[in-house]
Design a protein. Structure first.
Length: 256
């Protein structure tokens, strides 16, 4: 039975001593590399970069991962282009595979994650979480003062005002991006719906015109079958009275 996203993230964090919060963060390729290193122990971890921000930086990590697969004869295609986009579904599927592979091939024993990747090669998220408490302590000391550039860089007026974006800003931006993608999907579906509704409406108009032009065509079996399809509904759905076919709204006589 497949593990949930939360369980997989917990496993990655426990194995590699990371602070990942979502599957999309594995899209950099760094964690995939180190998971394979925990199995084979022969990856050039000095070439794996955890503190990356751009797709072109991720590519170097995936080259290391592909080299590992080739050297160790791992028969698995790496969908690099999709994984690099940091989409949840693509990375979840690859992580599920790599978890199963790890279960089968991990040699056992403890894995020195920090030692293998190096003290200076920590993910940006981990660095932020490690330094945040220290900054908060410094700002809360009423009698402590800082001078020079250090004070300008790290603190501003107020006890908890720091330079740079909030730690949650990346999460907000990610949610905004997902929301925009959902809006685009809805807009595309509505456009497709309107397109097909227009086609059905054109067919309905053609049938009405034919019936008006030639009343005897109302006995046509084909026209009756087409109308039955047009006006059929799902079980439990009732057409509002004003929308029933054949009923026209009565307008009062107007005098001009």
């Amino acid at each position: 039975m497949s593990e949930s996203r939360g369980e997989l993230i917990t496993w990655v964090n426990d194995l590699l001593l990371l602070n990942y919060t979502k599957v999309e963060q594995l899209g950099t390729g760094a964690a995939y590399c180190q998971i394979m290193d925990s199995i084979f122990g022969n990856l050039p971890m000095s070439r794996v970069k955890f503190a990356t921000k751009h797709e072109y930086e991720y590519l170097g990590n995936y080259k290391v991962l592909q080299g590992c697969f080739t050297a160790n004869k791992v028969d698995k295609s790496i969908p690099t282009d999709r994984l690099m986009k940091c989409k949840m579904q693509d990375n979840l599927e690859f992580l599920q595979w790599i978890r199963r592979f790890w279960n089968d091939r991990y040699p056992g024993g403890e894995y020195d994650a920090h030692g293998r990747r190096g003290a200076t090669n920590e993910p940006a998220a981990a660095n932020r979480s490690a330094t945040a408490p220290r900054r908060a302590t410094m700002s809360n000391g009423a009698n402590r003062s800082m001078s020079g550039r250090a004070a300008t860089d790290h603190l501003s007026v107020g006890n908890r005002s720091y330079r740079g974006p909030s730690p949650d800003q990346s999460i907000v931006l990610g949610l905004q991006k997902e929301l925009q993608e959902e809006r685009n999907t809805v807009a595309a579906l509505e456009k497709e719906r309107d397109f097909y509704f227009g086609k059905l409406r054109d067919i309905e108009v053609l049938i009405q015109q034919e019936l008006e032009r030639s009343p005897e065509s109302g006995e046509s079996t084909l026209l009756k079958e087409i109308q039955a399809v047009l006006y059929s509904t799902e079980d439990g759905f009732e057409i509002p009275a004003e929308d029933l076919p054949g009923e026209e709204e009565a307008y009062p006589d107007e005098t001009f």
